[in-house]
Write a protein that binds this ligand. Structure first.
Ligand code: FMN
Length: 152
């Protein structure tokens, strides 16, 4: 596991971008995902008919996920496959997603992304104010989003 791989571990949403057969781009949020290892990201298709349709036509995908408090994350590029429940490997790849959903939502498919590239995403503060600590960045983000951490 590379250092970069888990830097976005506090991201709670990822954004999945796909392109349709008609060349129209599409992006939508997904909360039920697991960044399993440096080479594999899985996403639950619960209500994502558009993404599934696009991937079947064009498997190239891009996913971004950021830790909004740390203000950094990753762009992940890869090739996606849509696995139905009867497909080989579905049970193993769906397991971490089912652990998140419990009985709350049925998973229609697993969107399994074979990762070809991970690129860091940094807020401009990292570039223009490199002297600022992570604690300062977090405190800024807490003010921006109007939240108070439980541990304070
Ligand atoms: C916060 C949030 C989390 C979501 N998580 C998921 C998810 O994990 N899986 C899913 O299929 N849909 C999820 N959705 C719903 C899809 O984003 C939504 O149905 C979207 O319209 C699907 O677009 P698509 O069909 O173009 O992929 C989520 C929506 C929101 C607002």
């Amino acid at each position: 596991m590379t250092r970069d791989f888990k830097e976005a571990e506090h991201a709670v949403l990822c954004w999945l971008a796909t392109v349709g057969a008609d060349n129209r781009p599409n992006v939508s949020p997904k909360e039920i995902y697991a960044d399993l290892d440096p080479d594999r990201l899985v996403i639950a298709d619960i209500a994502s008919g558009g993404s599934v349709r696009n991937i079947r036509a064009n498997p190239a995908v891009c996913v971004s996920l950021i830790d909004v408090f740390l203000q950094r994350g990753h762009k992940i590029e890869g090739t996606a496959e849509v696995l139905a429940p009867e497909a080989p490997g579905f049970a193993e790849l769906a397991a971490p997603l089912l652990a998140m959903t419990g009985d709350a939502f049925p998973i229609r498919h697993v969107i399994s992304v074979s990762v070809t590239r991970r690129t860091p995403i940094l807020a401009p503060s990292y570039l223009f104010h490199p002297d600022r600590s992570e604690a300062e960045l977090r405190a800024d983000a807490h003010r921006t989003y109007g939240v108070r951490p439980l541990s304070e």
